[in-house]
Design a protein around this ligand. Structure first.
Ligand code: TPP
Ligand code: MG
Length: 554
């Protein structure tokens, strides 16, 4: 994650409300947008947002999950903190799936959550939107939360939350404020970005890691979301070690897919079976340890911002705690003294990639659409994955060239995240095209936000793969449960007419060639959203390439 390193800047005190102090602090930290849905408890917050509208854009949505997913998408696409604001109770709970996803993805999202009058919190009087122990519920969802009680503490409390979102393991934070407290005012000294202490890099551990890696016969690098800001370093280490780099979902795009050493599943599993030393960067290694297996012969070196992550599953040989980038830089400096002479593995890797590619051709309908998207999406364009057939295939097959250009939900894998998350990504990155792919099931979770895209002129392109079903569930019922179909067929609107009714550009495509043409038109339309509907049949199952059995420790 991008770190805020500016020293604390404190301006002369001037009278401000709590709400103004919070907003001014967001602005002082570089935020330029707030995704939000208004309501009584936040009226005074919106009053302040009105006053700050030249410095902070308020992007209001049609449902709180839309606001929170937009903040998440903006955070994932930029690597910078983003914020959303909602009313308490139902407003907060409506946003909770997105907040949970932000937690699972270590995404720096700040939730500003309204409250009933401060003095009545906890009394169970039945105020509008009151919810029992809202603060307690929030505490379970994020690592850092606080309730602002008076204007004098508003700015510093906000700055502390923003720092917590980037310090150590990044993640979301939440702030509550009573509806009356938003409006209380005082002379307030604004708090600028607080310094983020970097953990000292353990020089002895760097040397041990360099020795192990340098002597390895079959080193391999495994990247997760925590490596997103260390692409250059991972690329250099991969070349020095001739080590394949495995990235799946959140780890994709760290080593450019065009590099023959860049692998995903299922070739990654095969290589895991052969490896002698693993360098794991910002990844949980859950698939590797739990599905692919591990044994005494495998030396694991872990780089993670969160020291608790290192030995959750197994004690590694070497642990390095902190930001991946500076740690890998130190490793790059140390490695030449220990590194073996290595022949290029490019030829071998190209051959093995091609062999797996042939087997993956089973997923040909998915592949054909993904190839059409890749052919039209510029190198730095952003692809947003969903829990749908083409999405599952994209995690295995879509070539990704740069970090933060392949947004895939973390382990929540929550259906319906995609469209609104992509809207946030496109809002925060108006300079590149963003394409969301979604099933008919997933799209309808937040399709109402087409209205948001129209109002705020967000030029997102969305491809809806319509198979008239929760296709993934249907296929499982067909294959594993004797074709006893239940709860998996869908009645859909005409998606083209539906999108057009909002004023969006919409078109139907049926072949990959038609999709390419439609994408060209959609990417050229920068004034608002475009929707492309593709009617599809059942698609071949990807699961044999994703849930694979052990290759070690059997
Ligand atoms: C929040 C959430 N609810 C339910 C699921 C279970 N689920 C996984 S895939 C799926 C169906 C997806 O349907 P659709 O979006 O149409 O994609 P398709 O499989 O048809 O391509 C469901 C219900 C989930 N992953 N997340
Ligand atoms: Mg479907």
């Amino acid at each position: 994650m991008a770190k805020i390193s500016a020293p604390k800047a404190t301006s002369a005190p001037s009278p401000m409300t709590t709400a103004e102090a919070v907003i001014a602090t967001l602005v002082a930290h570089g935020l330029d947008s707030l995704y939000a849905l208004p309501g009584l408890q936040n009226d005074l917050l919106f009053e302040a947002l009105y006053r700050f509208s030249d410095r902070l854009r308020t992007v209001h949505t049609r449902h709180e999950q839309g606001a929170a997913y937009m903040a998440l998408g903006a955070a994932l696409a930029t690597g910078k903190p983003q914020a959303y604001a909602v009313v308490p109770g139902p407003g907060f709970l409506n946003s909770a799936a997105a907040l949970l996803t932000a937690y699972s993805m270590n995404a720096p999202v700040l939730a500003l959550i309204g409250q009933i009058p401060d003095a009545d919190i906890g009394r169970g009087l039945g105020h509008l939107h009151e919810i029992r122990d809202q603060g307690g519920i929030i505490k379970r969802l994020v690592d850092h939360s606080a309730r602002i009680r008076k204007p004098q503490e508003a700015s510093r409390t906000t700055a502390l939350a923003l720092r917590a979102m980037l310090m150590g393991r990044p993640g979301p934070a939440a702030l509550e404020s009573g509806m009356d407290v938003w409006g209380h005012s005082a002379r307030i000294a604004l708090q600028g970005p607080l310094p983020i202490p970097e953990p000292k890099i353990d020089a002895a551990a760097i040397r041990r890691a360099a020795k192990r890696l340098g002597a390895a016969k079959r080193p391999m690098i495994v990247c997760g979301g925590g490596a997103q800001d260390a692409a250059e370093e991972v690329t250099a280490l991969s070349a020095m070690l001739q080590a394949p780099v495995l990235g799946y979902r959140r780890g994709r795009g760290i080593l450019d897919s065009r590099d023959p050493l860049s692998v995903t599943l299922p070739l990654g599993r095969e290589l895991w079976g052969e490896a002698d030393v693993i360098l794991a960067v910002g990844t949980r290694l859950l698939i590797q340890f739990r599905q692919w297996g591990v044994d005494r012969d495998l030396v694991v070196i872990r780089v993670d911002a969160d020291p608790e992550e290192h030995d959750r599953l197994r004690k590694p040989a070497v642990t390095l705690t902190g930001d991946a980038k500076p740690i890998l830089q130190r490793l790059i400096a140390e490695l030449p003294a220990h590194n073996a002479k290595r022949a290029s593995r490019s030829g071998e890797m190209r051959e093995r990639q091609a062999r797996w590619r042939k087997r993956l051709e089973k997923l040909s309908p998915q592949i054909a659409f993904l190839e059409a998207i890749r052919a039209e999406l510029p190198e730095d364009g952003i692809f947003v994955d969903e829990v749908t057939q083409v999405g599952f295939a994209s995690r295995l097959l879509f070539p990704v060239y740069k970090p933060r250009t392949f947004l895939s939900p973390g382990y929540q894998d929550n259906l319906g995240w995609g469209f609104a998350t992509a809207l946030g990504a496109q809002h925060a990155r108006p300079d590149v095209p963003v394409v969301a792919i979604t099933g008919d099931g997933g799209f309808m979770y937040t399709a109402n936000e087409l209205a948001t895209a129209m109002l705020h002129r967000i030029p997102l392109t969305t491809i809806v793969f319509n198979d008239g079903a929760f296709g993934n569930v249907r296929r499982i019922q067909q294959e594993r449960y004797g074709n006893r179909l239940i709860g998996s067929e869908l009645a859909n609107p005409d998606f083209v007419a539906f999108a057009e009714s909002f004023g969006a550009e919409a078109v139907r495509a049926s072949t990959p060639e038609e999709l390419r043409r439609a994408l060209r038109r959609a990417f050229a339309n920068r004034s608002g959203p475009s929707v492309i509907e593709i009617t599809v049949g059942a698609m071949p199952s990807p699961w044999e390439f994703i849930f694979m059995d052990a290759v070690r420790g059997r």
